[in-house]
Design a protein around this ligand. Structure first.
Ligand code: DC
Length: 223
């Protein structure tokens, strides 16, 4: 089973994707790490984020097992990732890696911006996770305060709005809800409630698939 989870920054999609993967016993890929990894590769080499050719080369050589999530966290790297993610050739260089991950035996949960629309348009379940920009900024602001690197709320809100705008207006695979994705608005949901909502949708999709695909007779190829 392939589960695609998309949504804007700080919508709760990452936490949700991790919890869904653990609950369903599936592998999980946070595709944002790929774009963050490319951005860090450019920064480490002293190259400009606008250098599309270099970014594409780094993307083509990216090794999932070498990505250090802790080193890629943070608002500055998220902003840099959003900028290089607008390059169509960088996105193209990352497609096969994400699709191979999705096609592993048993399937996978992948979260990002374009998983349901461009990377896995045939995913079994597509979720689009959102929340108001004010609530997402409040969550991000709290994380920063708890992490000992406070920023004022208005700055965090402006950053979130700028990133939303860039991610959803770029021409290459912009952030948008797939027509067959189910929307979960987490503005008033905690992580547990969001997980329950997602599991209910996944359970429903599974039940709908089972009579056709998974009956013992169908499995034996009998009609
Ligand atoms: O999910 P995140 O905050 O780690 O993502 C960082 C940036 O990477 C995001 O602002 C846009 C880009 N991104 C993307 O364009 N497509 C994806 N599937 C995932 C992330």
């Amino acid at each position: 089973m392939i589960i695609a989870i998309d949504g804007p920054a700080a919508s709760g999609k990452g936490t949700l994707a991790k919890a869904v993967a653990a609950h369903c016993g599936l592998a999980h890929l946070d595709s944002g790490l790929l774009y963050r990894g490319v951005a860090k590769g450019l920064i480490d080499r002293g190259l400009a984020l606008e250098d599309e050719a270099a970014a594409t080369e780094i993307a083509a050589q990216l090794d999932l097992s070498m990505l250090d999530a802790a080193a890629l966290r943070g608002a500055a790297m998220g902003e840099a990732a959003s900028r290089i993610a607008a390059h169509a050739s960088v996105r193209a260089a990352l497609v096969d890696l994400q699709r191979s991950f999705a096609r592993q035996p048993g399937g996978a949960v992948i979260d990002g911006r374009d998983i349901g629309t461009a990377i896995c348009p045939d995913a079994d379940v597509k979720l689009f996770i959102t929340a108001s920009s004010e609530e997402r900024a409040r969550r991000r602001w709290r994380e920063l305060v708890l992490g000992g690197a406070p920023l004022d709320y208005d700055t965090v809100l402006a950053d979130i709005r700028r990133r939303d705008e860039r991610d959803s207006t770029r021409s290459a695979s912009p952030l948008r809800q797939a027509s067959d994705a189910v929307l979960i608005d987490t503005t008033r949901l905690d992580a547990q409630a969001a997980l329950s909502a997602a599991l209910a949708i996944i359970g429903e999709k599974r039940a709908r698939r089972e009579p056709a695909d998974l009956t013992p007779r169908a499995r034996r190829g009998e009609s």
